[in-house]
Design a protein around this ligand. Structure first.
Ligand code: AMP
Length: 138
C-alpha cells in the first residue's frame, strides 16, 4: 500500500485536523487518542509520512523513543498506574486502523476500565482535562 497523505494523522500534522497536543518538536508529535482505551491514552507519531515501522528513516527513532519515555514517565506520575503499555501495530492484519506510523502509550491498572481498541469517541473537553494532567509532568 502506498502512503496516503490525506490520512487523519497526516492532516493533524499539517494542522488541517484538530488534536489535543501533548508534546511536539521537529521530528515528532504527540496527542491524546480520541478513542482512549483508558484515561490518559496518548499517541506519538513521527513527522514523516510512513505507514509502518519498516520505512522510517533512522534519524527519527531516537526522537520517538525519547518522547515515548518522557510521556510514559509523565503518565506514571499523573495516574500512578501499575503498568504502562506501549503498543505499535503494523498492517491491517495486526489491527492497524490509521495508516500513519504511531505508538500508543496506555496506562494500565486494576480497576482502570480498559476499553476495546477504537471503540468510543471521547469528548474533547475530557481529553483536554486528561492532557493537562500529563503535561504537568513533562
Ligand atoms: P491503530 O489501530 O493502532 O491504527 O490505532 C489508531 C488509533 O488512532 C486508535 O486508537 C484511534 O482511537 C485513534 N484515532 C483515530 N482517529 C484519531 C484522531 N482524529 N485523533 C486522535 N486519535 C485518533
Amino acid at each position: 500500500m502506498t502512503y496516503n497523505n490525506e490520512n487523519i494523522f497526516a492532516r493533524i500534522i499539517k494542522g488541517e485536523a484538530d488534536c489535543v497536543k501533548i508534546l511536539e518538536n521537529d521530528y515528532i508529535l504527540s496527542f491524546m487518542d480520541v478513542m482512549p482505551q483508558t484515561p490518559g491514552h496518548t499517541l506519538v507519531i513521527p513527522k514523516y509520512g510512513t505507514e509502518n515501522i519498516f520505512d522510517l528513516p533512522e534519524e527519527y527513532f531516537i526522537h520517538l523513543m525519547d518522547a515515548k519515555q518522557k510521556i510514559a514517565k509523565a503518565i506514571k506520575k499523573a495516574y500512578a498506574p501499575t503498568g504502562v503499555m506501549i503498543m505499535q501495530l503494523n498492517g491491517k492484519e495486526a489491527g492497524q486502523t490509521v495508516f500513519h506510523l504511531h505508538f500508543h502509550i496506555i496506562p494500565r491498572k486494576e480497576g482502570l476500565n480498559y476499553k476495546f481498541h477504537s471503540s468510543e469517541i471521547a469528548d474533547f473537553k475530557d481529553l483536554r482535562r486528561e492532557a493537562e494532567k500529563i503535561k504537568k509532568w513533562l
